[in-house]
Design a protein around this ligand. Structure first.
Ligand code: FMN
Length: 335
């Protein structure tokens, strides 16, 4: 079955086509952005279920980029020390581990954090100056260097869900008249170039393929962004949607798959899809019929980290010989 076939991104090989979607856990309870024992256990538990890869939750590249008081950061030495422990623990398993680098922009809820965005459209939000923009690009560059030094296998740039880079991309939130307003993808391009300069492994980008607003970005705009990212040397587009405009969107099983499929048609760049994918048949359909190249599972993996193991067992891919005794005995007791 193609789901369990390996795939390569640059020199990185994933053992199967299912990954764990990035999901904030809001568990830095000391509000210092430092990973706790919880994070080590949480990500290692995912690794034990042996997905092809795991994308670590949105992690801030600097002081003002946190989504909440309880999110991870990578810009301080002790944050990196703690992240290294998590990475080493995950790497005890045959799973690739990447970090999602983020700046929350106007959506930061961290106490005392400056709220910057492309434009100052609501109270308390400041328009990013050119000095701010240069610093953000260089903070992503430093974060990519630190990600490499820490030992991550890949990096994902978060350019979706209405966070800072998405705020620049979207006509809903970018009303600038300078170069960053004329070319709304300029910040994304500069960030990706900076990250690629420092990180020699695969670089992924998460995009909101549809903003569900007439004035916002549509999948047609996203296709142009995908072409641009392909030219820059990105290895995968992680296709999501929404998060910019406060619109009500209807979600249903596999609701974002068509966005990945449409974007896949414009370049040879691999596409990931996520969103209410919970059944083996859905995953097999997406991969076998090339609707996307990899499937990301979010909440399902949290509640059932051994989902893939159970599937592999049923397919006969897990045997007494290739699996530790404790796990084989547990899986074979399923029926
Ligand atoms: C608790 C939670 C936290 C999330 N945090 C992030 C995040 O840090 N970065 C991101 O790109 N998406 C985030 N998402 C979105 C997920 O990556 C995923 O796209 C979404 O949960 C849909 O997939 P699912 O139905 O399999 O859970 C989050 C979702 C949840 C439920």
């Amino acid at each position: 079955m193609k789901v369990f076939e390996p795939m390569k991104f640059k020199k990185m090989e994933i053992a199967n086509r299912v990954g764990v979607a990035p999901m904030c856990t809001y568990m830095c309870l000391k509000k210092d952005g430092v990973a706790q024992d919880f994070h080590l256990t949480h990500y290692t538990t995912f690794a034990m279920g042996q997905p092809g890869f795991i994308i670590q939750e949105a992690t801030s590249v600097n002081e003002s980029g946190y989504i909440s008081d309880y999110c991870l950061g990578i810009h301080q030495p002790r944050q990196r020390e703690a992240l290294k422990r998590v990475i080493d623990s995950v790497h005890a398993y045959p799973v690739k581990f990447g970090i999602q680098l983020n700046h929350a922009g106007a959506k930061t809820m961290k106490t005392g954090s400056r709220k910057i965005s492309a434009s100052a459209l609501s109270e308390g939000v400041e328009e990013a100056s050119l000095a701010d923009i240069n610093k953000i690009v260089s903070d992503f560059e430093s974060a990519a260097k630190w990600a490499r030094q820490c030992g991550y296998d890949f990096v994902e740039v978060h350019s979706a869900h209405g966070y800072l880079i998405n705020q620049f991309l979207s006509p809903l939130t970018n009303k600038r008249t300078d170069a960053y307003g004329e070319d709304k993808g300029l910040l994304l391009q500069q960030v990706v170039e900076a990250v690629l300069k420092e990180f020699d492994g695969p670089v992924f980008v998460r995009l909101s393929g549809d903003e569900y607003s007439e004035q916002g970005r549509s999948i047609e705009d996203t296709k142009e962004t995908v072409k641009r990212l392909d030219r820059l040397g990105v290895s995968l587009i992680n296709m999501s949607s929404g998060g910019v405009a406060p619109v009500s969107m209807s979600v249903y099983p596999m609701y974002q798959v068509h966005l990945a499929t449409q974007a896949k048609s414009v370049t040879g760049l691999p596409l990931a899809t996520a969103g209410l994918i919970t059944e083996r048949e859905q995953i097999a359909d997406i991969i076998d019929n090339e609707k996307a190249d990899v499937v990301l599972l979010g909440r399902l993996m949290t509640r059932d980290p051994f989902f893939l193991m159970k599937w592999k067992f049923d397919l006969g891919l897990i045997t007494k010989e290739n699996t530790p005794n404790y796990l084989y005995r547990s899986l074979s007791a399923m029926k």
